[in-house]
Design a protein around this ligand. Structure first.
Ligand code: ZN
Ligand code: ZN
Length: 362
């Protein structure tokens, strides 16, 4: 599998007129090699050339970890550098002449600069060379995302155990984090418990605010599974009964989210999915309160291509995986969001999150 991925990167390099790509520890490196190296000050770096040859240089003390990750099984030539050596110069001695190099977008600037110096040519960002490959998921990746979806659904389904008036967001958040791990995730990536006016801030995490009766609470949670794939799902709860106006707004949001899910399919543009949700909110006077894009791709990272945003004219294709998460945020009052991860099949999308989309009264 990793050999194939490296081969596809090589083809993509040829197509873009580049001869090398350099990749430091990141989701990109994990995707290409299976090696989950830590992003440390000592450089670990994969190089792939347009003929499909691959090398990886690692600090000598990390060599056992790279060997254990079986990078050599994918045909990658493993080199190491000692504490007193210059790893950049050593790498270039092996690679020889490099003419038009790319670096992965998340390479530390420090490393990109030192690489550039050693190569003697400007390095350019990989941009879509890697994301074009990563954004189309295989059947196994789709299944891993659905497995992650089932795990986070199991957490949402237990919300009544923790969420109640008189507790703080932080207390509830801690219980949710424990449950995310119990549900099969390896790490907790984020826990948002946004009660009452805090719900108007989309990326509020938790605070010491005490949750009150009859106020909406936005709960957006996610983690990373053992497979490396991420979950991300938002539901909105209320302990008691939300105000009538809020319930009316929520009904519009629910319609908008559902319409976007039903509309999404291969062949439609990313921006048109955003428009479907946004237009419904706009038609009901909520357009100004929907202050973010409709969604983001998901895979080994929670946020990756494709972005479901105005201006992205790229077409959805089978194998795309992304969120559909419209919301409304009314300053100093309250907010709401409904978020599902969906995966593109040949004819539509399959939902990875299947808990109720209703405003859940606890
Ligand atoms: Zn989310
Ligand atoms: Zn999301």
């Amino acid at each position: 599998m990793f050999k194939q991925r490296i081969q596809r990167v090589a083809e993509s390099l040829s197509a873009s007129g580049n001869d090398f790509i350099f990749v430091t520890p990141s989701a990109d490196l994990k995707y290409l090699t299976g090696y989950e190296a830590l992003p440390l000050e000592r450089i670990t770096c994969l190089a792939i050339n347009s003929q499909g040859h691959a090398w990886m240089i690692v600090p000598a003390l990390e060599r056992p970890a790279a060997v254990a990750a079986k990078v050599e099984d994918s045909g990658i030539e493993l080199l190491d550098w000692q504490e007193t050596e210059n790893p950049y110069a050593k790498f270039m001695d092996v690679l020889g002449c490099v003419e038009a190099p790319l670096v992965n977008n998340l390479m530390w600037v420090e490393k990109a600069w030192k690489l550039q110096e050693a190569i003697g040519k400007p390095v350019a960002l990989a941009n879509t060379v890697l994301s074009d490959i990563r954004e189309i998921k295989s059947a196994a990746e789709i299944e891993a995302l659905h497995e992650a979806g089932r795990a986070i659904d199991a957490v949402h389904n237990q919300m009544h155990l923790w969420l109640r008036p008189g507790r703080t967001e932080r207390e509830v958040g801690r219980d949710i984090a424990d449950a995310i791990l119990r549900a099969g995730h390896e790490t907790v990536d984020f826990v948002i418990v946004a009660s009452g006016p805090n719900g108007a801030s989309p990326h509020h995490e938790v605070s010491d605010r005490v949750i009150g009766a009859n106020e909406p609470v936005v709960v957006d949670i996610g983690g990373t599974m053992h497979s490396g794939y991420c979950s991300d799902s938002t539901r909105t709860y209320v302990c008691g009964t939300a105000p009538q106006q809020y319930r009316d707004y929520y009904a519009v949001l629910q319609e908008a989210q559902q319409a976007a899910v039903e509309y999404a399919r291969p062949g439609v543009s990313c921006e048109s999915v955003d428009m479907v949700a946004r237009n419904i909110l706009k038609d009901h006077g909520l357009g100004d309160y929907f202050i973010h894009r409709t969604g983001h791709g998901i895979g080994l990272e929670t946020h990756e291509e494709p972005y479901i945003v105005s201006g992205n004219r790229n077409l959805l294709r089978e194998g795309h995986a992304f969120s559909i998460e419209p919301g409304f945020y009314i300053p100093n009052k309250y907010g709401a969001r409904i978020e599902d991860i969906v995966t593109c099949s040949a004819t539509g999308v399959d939902n990875a999150n299947n808990t109720t989309h209703d405003l859940v009264s606890l």
